[in-house]
Design a protein around this ligand. Structure first.
Ligand SMILES: Cc1cc2nc3c(=O)[nH]c(=O)nc-3n(C[C@H](O)[C@H](O)[C@H](O)COP(=O)(O)OP(=O)(O)OC[C@H]3O[C@@H](n4cnc5c(N)ncnc54)[C@H](O)[C@@H]3O)c2cc1C
Length: 318
């Protein structure tokens, strides 16, 4: 059974220290920066929190405790990946097999980090251009109204909206929820990925261009080489926030709404739908079907395959 994280630790990681509040007036829930704090967060992670790393990695609430939360310190240069790697290896030497395995999974993410930064160094144009150029043919009509709903967390999909509200206040979201936000913007709202990069980049306390643009395009399906992932917000909500703890925390309007209603919000009008929250702005099933049809056609096209060869040559064989 998953352990529900204690509020005290969440607040520590989200930096609710009274003594810092004066300085952090504008962002009282941000992690505290600096090398000293980064080292403390690291020690606490490898000594305690790492034991639930894998089981919690996709869960919006539990990941806040059991993921390392080192990304801002790495992005701002408070800690170096080399230092983190070496001390993790040292900790592994005195850990049991289960913990070693958890730390290996953490280390694999650290490798991804450098791998993506290397890709960005080789092709910095991907900040503005499709990674796989064949997707230049995929043109989506911009809809400022939908973009605004997404940016403000008012899409009518509870988990999507809770994620955006949480991100705006704390500057942090786990990987799966970031991926879901991008998937939602590009596949469900059918907006060009370039419309969303600045907004999330501004919100992330750990903004790292080398990771950000590549990951954004992975989730938007414009990389071409990888298996396409589309995240259904209803499914994510049931699997990763089954008791709606995260959703209710960031959308208190759902406090009295029964949990099954929250997970199905807007699917069917219901007697219990008492929360003062918007209903879904678009039909999810239709939107996902369109996205699947279009992307699968693209994936099979000769142009995408040709570009995949170029990408492989540059980033894998080159
Ligand atoms: C659309 C999108 C945008 C993203 N933008 C950023 C960004 O600007 N800056 C950023 O640091 N991460 C970004 N990520 C990757 C990932 O979500 C965060 O690194 C991670 O959630 C940070 O939490 P953590 O430190 O607790 O991670 P842990 O799981 O503890 O991982 C340890 C470290 O490995 C690196 N890492 C973890 N996951 C990934 C990944 N999927 N790809 C590359 N490196 C990874 C990070 O440096 C992280 O601190 C993005 C992901 C997506 C889907």
């Amino acid at each position: 059974m998953l352990q529900i994280p204690s509020e005290r630790i969440i607040w520590k990681l989200d930096a609710i220290y009274p003594e810092f509040q004066a300085n952090l007036k504008h962002h009282p829930k941000f992690q505290i920066g600096g090398e000293k704090e980064g080292k403390n967060i690291f020690s606490h992670f490898v000594e305690e929190r790492v034991r639930r790393y894998s089981p919690c990695i996709s869960k919006p609430e539990e990941s806040r405790i059991h993921c390392s939360r080192l990304s801002p310190y790495l992005a701002w240069g408070n800690l170096s990946p080399k230092w983190v790697y070496q001390l993790t290896i040292k900790q592994q030497a005195t850990s049991n097999r289960y913990l070693k395995n958890q730390m290996n999974r953490f280390l694999s993410r650290l490798f991804w980090r450098d791998h993506m930064i290397q890709k960005f160094e080789s092709e910095p144009r991907i900040e503005k251009e499709n990674f796989n150029r064949a997707f230049d043919q995929l043109v989506k009509a911009p809809d400022p109204r939908l973009l605004q709903l997404w940016e403000e967390g008012e899409t009518g999909y509870p988990l999507v909206d809770a994620c955006m509200k949480c991100l705006i206040e704390t500057g942090y979201l786990n990987f799966r929820m970031r991926a879901m936000l991008v998937s939602f913007l590009t596949m469900v709202f059918w907006q060009d990925w370039r419309l969303g990069t600045n907004h999330l980049g501004r919100m992330f306390l750990d903004f790292e261009p080398g990771i950000h643009y590549f990951q954004f395009q992975m989730q938007a399906g414009t990389v071409g080489m990888h298996q396409l992932r589309m995240y259904n917000p209803y499914k994510q909500s049931m699997e990763n926030d089954p008791d709606a703890i995260f959703i209710r925390k960031w959308l208190p309007e759902f406090q009295k709404t029964p949990i099954p209603e929250i997970h199905q919000w807007g699917k069917e009008q219901s007697l219990f739908a008492i929360a003062k929250r918007p209903y879904p702005a678009v039909n999810l099933d239709l939107a996902l079907q369109r996205a699947k049809d279009v992307h699968f056609q693209f994936q099979k096209s000769i142009e995408v395959q040709k570009e995949n060869k170029r990408i492989k040559q540059l980033h894998v064989n080159g």
